[in-house]
Write a protein that binds this ligand. Structure first.
Ligand SMILES: Cc1cc2nc3c(=O)[nH]c(=O)nc-3n(C[C@H](O)[C@H](O)[C@H](O)COP(=O)(O)O)c2cc1C
Length: 215
């Protein structure tokens, strides 16, 4: 039996970011679980998130030939059984780099706009890192917004019914809390062993979410 393939889509402008690190942690865990991993680091591969005329949908032609770059990305999605976008939460959503990958690649006639969805049967786990703390007043609405936009608005719309969104809180090295009155408080920056333990806990949480999703 051939191994299942996981496409891990890392979306961050810095190679030394927490997001990039979590992408590596998840890729390692997926390999341990027997997956062949295709690690797509959008920054490292120089992906340009800006929409182009070539990749803009033509509503009269669902078989439009999109740009070679976009077609190559489509092929990587087709080859994957599981798709895992890893990203920092920006303004209750995904950063422009990942948004542009969705805009250009998850395109009309490819992933949606056909009576029989081509991506049906695939699984998708969105993993975001967030500055917000889990006890934050805003945590529940953040989870809700991301779930509606990503799982419902993107995965489901593109025929992927088995999808989940998980958020890793406290992704900053210093706690940030917004209370019910909207007051923003920034705590002391973590250092030394405390900092190491804080980031190890985030790694563990990411792996727990993955293992739960893999079942
Ligand atoms: C432009 C921008 C927007 C952000 N918006 C949010 C937000 O809406 N909610 C939140 O919890 N954190 C927000 N953050 C904090 C990031 O999620 C956090 O810095 C990131 O997850 C840390 O991981 P990284 O080191 O990989 O960037 C934002 C950060 C930036 C730079």
């Amino acid at each position: 039996m051939t191994a299942k393939t996981a496409l891990v889509v890392v979306s961050h402008h810095r190679a030394d970011s927490l997001t990039t690190h979590i992408g590596d942690v998840l890729a390692d865990r997926l390999k341990e679980a027997g997956y062949a991993v295709d690690l797509l680091d959008l920054r490292a591969e120089g992906f340009d998130p800006r929409m182009t005329v070539e990749d803009q949908p033509d509503w009269d032609d669902r078989d439009k030939a999109y740009s070679p770059e976009t077609q190559a990305h489509m092929a990587r999605i087709v080859d994957a059984d599981l798709i895992v976008p890893v990203f920092p939460v920006y303004w209750n959503s995904v950063p422009a780099l990942l948004k542009g990958w969705i805009d250009r690649v998850w395109n009309y006639g490819f992933s949606y706009g056909r009576s029989k969805p081509r991506l049906a049967g695939k699984r998708m786990l969105w993993i975001g890192t967030a500055g917000a703390a889990e006890g934050d007043e805003y945590w529940t609405s953040l989870r809700d917004l991301l779930d509606r936009t990503l799982r419902d608005g993107i995965s489901y719309y593109n025929g992927i019914t088995d999808a989940a969104v998980e958020v890793l809180p406290d992704a900053e090295g210093e706690p940030q809390i917004v209370d019910a009155d909207g007051n923003f408080t920034k705590g002391e920056a973590l250092t030394g062993e405390q900092r190491t333990a804080h980031y190890a806990a985030i790694d563990r949480l990411a792996v727990e979410h993955l293992e739960k999703f893999l079942g």
